[in-house]
Design a protein. Sequence first.
Lengths: 238, 187
Amino acid sequence: MTYEVKLDIFEGPLDLLLYLIKKNELDIYNIPIAAVTDQYLQHLEAMKSLNLDMAGEYLVMASTLIHIKSRMLLPREEEEEAEEADPRAELVRQLTEYQAFKEAALKLDSRLLLGRDTFKREAPLETVEADEDEALVELNVFDLVAAFQRIVSSLKKEEILEIEIERMSLSDRINEIMERLQEEKDVTFLGLLGESPSRRLIVYTFLAVLELMKLRLVRAFQASPFGPIRLFLAVEEG
Amino acid sequence: MDDLKAVVEMLLFVSDAPIAVDKFRDILGDVDRKEILRVLADLRREYEERNGGFQVAEVAGGFQFRTRPDLNQWIRKFRGSRPPSLSPAALETLAVVAYRQPVVKADIDRVRGVDVSGALKGLLEKKLVKMVGRKDLPGKPIMYGTTKRFLEVFGLRDLTELPTLRELKELQEKPRAPQLPGFEMVE
């Protein structure tokens, strides 16, 4: 028997199965496993012959299908039959769940998207220029003393702030680092710590950087041993 | 305040992010919440009736001027770039995060039946999804949730405005044993 196989791009094994069910107008709650398994394997063969990069998940699903098929074929004891669930039940649950989210994704895409269907005013407020003007103001010694006192008094406040630091979470720190990298393109590890960091901040920053490297969101470089560690976004924002 | 409507309109004009009613109150001082909402509704209606280039939209917990969607081709031409779009993989991943948040990556993988690392990374970079904490499981896996930017981009007031997952509800009702006609439960 030969099948005409038309290859669409599938988002994964569940997507492929849904496609087969829809194409053959099957009842999702009563899937003829044998026929679907055959067609599923035909598709895998076609994908292989086209040298498509096939994810391992497709093969896992193939083995699941064959497993279910074999369980459907095995004669079951009468007592068991009542209690034992349909071997297809878990697959049906997965398929309907995936179908629901696939539909939800389409609904999201059909909304009026900002930047695609509708636009907002984009010019950022020009706060930078105001800062430059401030820098040009001439100062005298008393201004300096006042400024110094402000800093000293703010240092005292920092002791109170220390409690706030206790509430720091790793995910916040990760988000902060990502935001800084998006603004500055590259930062050094020391740069992330700022001046006089607490031990907690150093530990959290270190853990956050490790996590980001594990997720491959950032890359770290060091020119020489004990040199500054530079962090970059793994992918520049397009 | 006499010029309340004008001031609210000005603030909407200069802001590049949606302004929440509370933010209006911070700036305007002692003005009633209801009063601000009334003025916003007025403005909204006026812009709608005028049918001009932009309108007042309620998104991401605030209010914002937005251009008319039906005429978007001209802005695209002006910008000279193709509009950014999300791949089906990204959209499906985003849908799972939106409906299941806070959710760990393993659960998204399971729902989609594939490894979602790439899609998730793209969503994090686009700031549609963020890390919201860690689940109390071995390995303390990261939990993900949607951002305010997600609401803004998809034009949602808040998460409750997401349409309900119809199929899921059906599924939850499904396991009930089918009743045979003429068969009645004996109490």
